[in-house]
Design a protein around this ligand. Sequence first.
Ligand SMILES: Cc1cc2nc3c(=O)[nH]c(=O)nc-3n(C[C@H](O)[C@H](O)[C@H](O)COP(=O)(O)OP(=O)(O)OC[C@H]3O[C@@H](n4cnc5c(N)ncnc54)[C@H](O)[C@@H]3O)c2cc1C
Length: 342
Amino acid sequence: METILFLAHTEADGTLAKPALEALGTAVNLKNSLPGATLLAGFIGGSTQEAANRVAACGAAKFLAVTGPEFAASRYSTDASAAEALCRSAQATIVIAAGTSRWARVLPGVAQRLGGMSDTHVTGVTAANGVAVNRWYYRQRMEATLTRKQRPWVMLIDPASQPAWDGTAGTASLEQVAVALTDAHQRTTVTGIRQPAADAQTIRPEANLLFVAGAGWTKKQADGQPHVKDAEQLIHNFLKATRSSLGSSKSLVDLGGEGQAVLSFLSHLNQVGQTGSTPRHPKGLATCCHGEEPHTVGWRFINERRAVNLDPNCGWARGKADVLYVCDAFAVMKKVNELLGG
Ligand SMILES: Cc1cc2nc3c(=O)[nH]c(=O)nc-3n(C[C@H](O)[C@H](O)[C@H](O)COP(=O)(O)OP(=O)(O)OC[C@H]3O[C@@H](n4cnc5c(N)ncnc54)[C@H](O)[C@@H]3O)c2cc1C
């Protein structure tokens, strides 16, 4: 019989973020498909009651928490101690948590402390022939199904790979679990957060559309001249109007390193593909990007794909896109921005 612990850290305002609700949905589904399994929920944070109330109807037999200002910010020593205490208190055999940067840093170490195993980047959990997890390898080219005998088994669910739990809120009876901290646990302190201005932040995992810019935006156009400033303006206006997420081909971000003119708001973090990211937006629009395999492999999880390219024989035309518009992206995006009122 499995005892499943859904483990969540709360946000600064005491709420649960979407990846946590996705992990909860996975835990609830697993519990429902494993006869005799028990579900428990565990929370860590500066405040935890609001988070527990949000998921009060999830069917957990117990709601456990480690609460206090020492546990508000992400810190390995306190997060690991709190997670270990919750896992031990729950006597969990399976631990399901969101693959956030905070948990990804801590939970494999917690599995080690508990004598268990962990799997990161989990994209599915099933119970057909015993519990099994799915994950992708080799830059999303191969999908594997893994089973494990060792317990506890800690699973980190890739954000946006599962539907979020959407049950109703209520009032959860929270049981606090004590964690003894020494000064050494609290040596590291968060002194502030530095982040780009909201407008400069172009990577938006929650957006409906991934807009990809390729190196073509910086190439000589029909008049024999490059128009990088125009490209920058068109893309910037589109992103501002639609709040889409900005992706890039490797060639475009690499141009910056070669000292060539590039879009000022792009960095390597925007790169999609084999040596970049594999985002999970429902829709994607590639512009001035050739659509070569090392790039399109990063589109594995984009469901609806469209591309704008002058070349009817580009990679997108070879089965990589649902729709290819063979036309000038400068003209297309100018018109699109006009229609968007920008
Ligand atoms: C080991 C390895 C790993 C790699 N990893 C990655 C990766 O992670 N991500 C990645 O992106 N690439 C990766 N690459 C590189 C990849 O193979 C391609 O070289 C790269 O994706 C090409 O970028 P691009 O399509 O933007 O540029 P280009 O190949 O230069 O294509 C520009 C396109 O713009 C079009 N164009 C120009 N002007 C216009 C216009 N006005 N309107 C419409 N279209 C226009 C052109 O027709 C052309 O198709 C990798 C390569 C290797 C070898």
